[in-house]
Ligand binder design. Structure first.
Ligand SMILES: C[S@@+](CC[C@H](N)C(=O)[O-])C[C@H]1O[C@@H](n2cnc3c(N)ncnc32)[C@H](O)[C@@H]1O
Length: 387
């Protein structure tokens, strides 16, 4: 079996993206293709097939997710080694418009981002790329399930591109096609917000920043606020004393929990870590806007703490991705709990918040250690687990 045999087949949305690409004049040349946010590798593999007959053509595949970027490299090693596939490299996220600056492409193929803020960010970056590389014909084709699509997505695209239309549908999927980027478009600035939280028992305002499609934008997550209130009470009560210790926020999003840790524990080593490049940018901006940048406070683009040493950490905070339904998500949440368990030193603690209707407690106990319930309301439950 070759590595591409292991790739999932194209789903309906990916097929409607590719069909719209053909309808928009197909490949033509310059014939590099730019793929954005390919979570399975199927779209990138199909793009590689499309350009196969052009010996110099390359597919540039960019994702905000560190895990997706690594998975693409694993799934398409031959194309990568041959230079036909170009992926972001390094441990720092590269903005799309910088990563793709060398691409000779006139089509960008993407799935529609989940949030409007994420779509506007993508559209702006494509427009900036077009302006910088002199490619006024650069066209964005973004596909999605019709039930998740709205008129607002067209409006967002129309604020950045002169021509926007919907493709023909394919089953329950459709693409939006955006061409003729408007002149003078710039990369957007992060959304701004603020929240008041107790830090060592005294109320303090933390500035929040939300870049691109980051979870929650610049708003404080209600579950995280419940976690912080319980954690701050424990700190005030002297139950936790991680003053000079190593603490981290796994899945830092807009940086609310990281900023709290930096404020409440001024001499601790603090790490905010997230798989999402927008979360990394947001957390850095939140720390800067809150006046909490200092030596010992760091933010990493990393999947499941892969660069954090085993047994090195005293305290991990976790607000895991939310999932509908009643079952603990086997692939995501368990991997995050295992990552927390791996990096905690014996006696170190994980503090986790979850939706009250989900049964996380046995899972947390089994994977990390003895659990104590720290707070609970109708929507959220906060647990601590000792390694
Ligand atoms: C529910 S959000 C919480 C964000 C933030 N901590 C807060 O409280 O608002 C979960 C975050 O986990 C991140 N994430 C999901 N899986 C991850 C993984 N395997 N490694 C690192 N971060 C991950 C997501 O990108 C997202 O930012």
């Amino acid at each position: 079996m070759t590595s591409t045999d292991a790739l999932p087949v194209l789903d309906q949305t990916e097929r409607v993206i590719l069909r719209a690409a053909e309808e928009e004049g197909g490949l033509g040349c310059p014939c590099d293709l730019l793929v954005v946010g390919d979570s399975t590798g199927a779209l990138t593999a199909a793009a590689l097939e499309l350009v196969a007959e052009h010996p110099d053509a390359r597919v540039h595949s960019w994702s905000a997710s560190r895990a997706e970027t690594a998975a693409l490299a694993e799934r398409l090693p031959e194309a990568l080694a041959a230079g036909r596939l170009v992926l972001p490299t390094g441990t720092e996220p590269a903005p799309l418009e910088e990563f793709a600056a060398g691409a000779e492409a006139h089509l960008v193929l993407a799935r529609l981002p989940k949030s409007l803020a994420g779509l506007e960010d993508l559209a702006r970056r494509v427009a900036v790329l077009a302006a910088r590389s002199g490619r006024e014909d650069l066209t964005l084709i973004a596909g999605g399930r019709v039930k998740h699509m709205s008129r607002s997505q067209n409006d967002v695209l129309a604020s950045v591109f002169g021509e926007v239309h919907a493709s023909r549908g394919l089953g329950k999927s459709r693409s939006l096609v955006a061409a003729s980027p408007r002149p003078g478009v710039e990369v957007g600035t992060a959304a701004t917000g603020a929240v008041r939280v107790a830090v060592r028992g005294t109320e303090r305002e933390l500035a929040l920043r939300g870049a691109g499609g980051v979870f929650g934008g610049a708003r404080a997550d209600v579950g995280s606020l419940l976690l912080l209130a319980a954690l701050d009470s424990a700190l005030v009560a002297g139950e936790l004393a991680p003053e000079r210790e190593t603490v981290l926020d796994l899945g830092c999003g807009n940086g609310l929990l990281t900023a709290y840790l930096a404020a409440a524990l001024p001499s601790a080593e603090v790490l905010g870590s997230d798989d999402d490049a927008d979360a990394v940018a947001s957390t850095r901006a939140t720390l800067a806007a809150s006046g909490l940048e200092r030596a010992g406070v760091q933010v990493a683009w990393d999947e499941s703490l892969s660069r954090v040493a085993d047994g090195s950490t005293d305290l991990v905070l976790l607000n895991p991705p939310f999932h509908d339904g009643t079952a603990v998500d086997a692939t995501l949440v368990q991997a995050l709990l295992d990552a927390a368990a791996r990096v905690l030193r014996p006696g170190g603690q994980l503090w986790v918040v979850h939706n009250s209707h989900l049964r996380y407690r046995p899972e947390v106990e089994r994977r990390v250690g003895p659990v104590r319930e720290r707070a609970r309301d109708r929507r959220f439950t906060v647990l601590s687990a000792t390694r």
